[in-house]
Ligand binder design. Structure first.
Ligand code: ADP
Length: 498
């Protein structure tokens, strides 16, 4: 019998009101059923909102340093359970153990960083323009925050949102992606074990079009934080615009690694392999374009092809596996579609391009490289979210930068060069939220703002010091202790002439 998992609503573990469930399966071994999870509906969301509103009224009054201490305990528990969580995560979404350990570590780092912020949610004090008057600002929580998260970082991304939301004094409703409900459940269990008051966190499982949409539409939820595809983000954004909700969007990418003629090619090679095929290419920061300067183009490609062919596909829990499966059958079909598109556009398939033989029990796809990719083609412009690398040849830095910038996304970019001027030009001119020098397009750290420009986001950042602005309101306080009516802009001190 498959294990039956529950929602966490109003401090209780509950099935969906309508009683329906959905399956969660191991993408490396589809006959491995992880469990059944509640297929919730708007009714369940409604119950969660009522409980969260109630919890907010008391949680907001807990001093922020105490909220921070609780998150410190969460960090300690994540550390204690790291290995088990990582193994469960690999079983649930496929990426190799080294990477799922890193995913949990990002949650740990975030917890410890956020814990300290409990003592640093600074407002400002400033002189008032009138005598015997104080002027200051403090950070106030917002209310019930709804977090809609994707499956590729099942621990890291929820913690980027949830921990800052909680330390700022908000109550949270969390909807993990349908493909990773188990890791989401573990995170909530850990928050409760750490001592978070039960009703401050609500967990509602289910499909995006039902549960996610119900959260986005709910009038008593003033804040939505969403990470996912640009297409879904557009729907979420339209609704939030109509309802005047505060919204953080973190969406797609079409990230490029640039390799200049003077680059350390061995280093650039390691970066390209890790950037393109880590997490089976299913990262919003994955390297999906490789822009190589003309003199080293052929040599670098030769080096890359050999190494890509040697990558070992398999179950991410097995030693020696380099690349795990894609998340589900739809993802495999999407990659196949782009392989067809690439070929019809005249790009040259140099390796991969198919499901591997004898691995039909899982959602595997060979690491794939296209060369002769044209700037502006669909293969070069559209997010594939799989192990497909498009290679372009350019004559100089100007052309490389133009190619990098000429896509609708703007998440991350990378340049390999030994020339300090070219490196700083790249930092200055590449139109992305994050640019790496002599490092791959992936590798964000928890204490720096994460996010992108153009259609990758809507101007907000996750992590770092900026996210606290998003999860709190600025509340301004004036205290007049003059004992008289002092009128700003009208009564003047020292008799300044009008
Ligand atoms: P992906 O294609 O990477 O799965 P999605 O954007 O479809 O990305 O999903 C990201 C998250 O958004 C998931 O938790 C999913 O359930 C949720 N989601 C999907 N559709 C909607 C929607 N219409 N409204 C709100 N959330 C949604």
């Amino acid at each position: 019998m498959a294990e039956l998992f529950k929602n966490h609503i109003d401090g209780k573990w509950l099935s969906a009101k309508a009683g329906q469930t959905f399956e969660n399966r191991n993408p490396a071994k589809r006959d491995d059923l992880i469990g059944l999870f509640p297929a919730s509906s708007a009714q369940d969301v409604d119950a969660a909102v009522r409980a969260a509103k109630q919890a907010f009224s008391t949680w907001r009054l807990v001093p922020a340093p105490k909220r921070g201490e609780l998150l410190y305990r969460v960090g300690e528990l994540l550390r204690k359970y790291k290995e088990d969580i990582a193994r469960g995560m690999t079983r649930e979404m496929g990426k190799i153990l080294k990477e799922t350990r890193g995913d949990v570590q990002e949650g740990i780092d975030t917890a410890f960083y956020v814990a300290g912020e409990g003592r640093r949610l600074f407002g400002e004090t400033t002189p008032a323009e009138l005598p015997n008057k104080f002027a200051m600002s403090v950070r106030a929580p917002i209310g019930v925050c709804a977090l809609v998260t994707p499956w590729n970082f099942p621990m890291a991304i929820p913690t980027w949102k949830m921990f800052p939301a909680l330390v700022c004094g908000n109550a949270v409703i969390f909807k993990p992606a349908e493909d990773v409900p188990h890791t989401g459940t573990i995170l909530v269990e850990i928050l409760l074990e750490a001592g978070l008051p039960d009703e401050v966190i609500q967990l509602v499982h289910g499909r995006g079009e039902q549960v996610g949409a119900a959260m986005v539409e709910h009038p008593a939820i003033p804040l939505i934080s969403f990470t996912g595809s640009t297409e879904t983000g557009r729907i979420v954004g339209e609704t939030c615009g109509r309802l005047h909700k505060r919204l953080s969007l973190e969406m797609g990418g079409k990230n490029a690694q640039i390799v200049m003629d003077d680059a350390d090619l061995d280093l650039a090679l390691e970066g390209a392999l890790w950037g393109a095929f880590g997490t089976t290419g299913q990262r919003c920061t994955a390297t999906s374009r490789l822009i190589i300067q003309k003199k080293v183009h052929d040599k670098f490609l030769g080096m890359l092809e050999g190494r890509a062919k040697a990558l070992k596909l398999g179950d991410g829990r097995k030693k020696g596996t380099d690349v795990g499966p894609l998340i589900n059958e739809d993802a495999v079909r999407k990659v196949e579609t782009y392989v067809d598109i690439g070929q019809s556009e005249g790009a040259k398939l140099v390796t991969g391009g198919a499901r591997p033989a004898k691995m039909s029990g899982g959602n595997f796809f060979e690491p794939t490289i296209f060369t002769n990719v044209k700037a502006g083609s669909r293969l070069e412009q559209e997010e594939i979210f799989g192990p497909v690398l498009s290679v372009l040849r350019v004559k100089d830095a100007d052309e490389a930068f133009a190619v990098n910038n000429d896509v609708k996304y703007g998440l991350s970019s990378s340049i390999y060069t030994r020339d300090v001027n070219t490196a700083f030009r790249a930092l200055n001119e590449l139109d992305n939220g994050i640019t790496y020098v002599n490092a791959p397009t992936i590798g964000a750290e928890a204490h720096l703002p994460f996010g992108g420009v153009k259609q990758t986001g809507n101007g907000h950042r996750e992590g770092g010091w900026e996210v606290y602005e998003f999860y709190s309101e600025t509340k301004v306080g004036y205290a007049d202790f003059s004992g008289t009516l002092q009128r700003a802009q009208i009564d003047t001190y020292l008799g300044t002439p009008d």
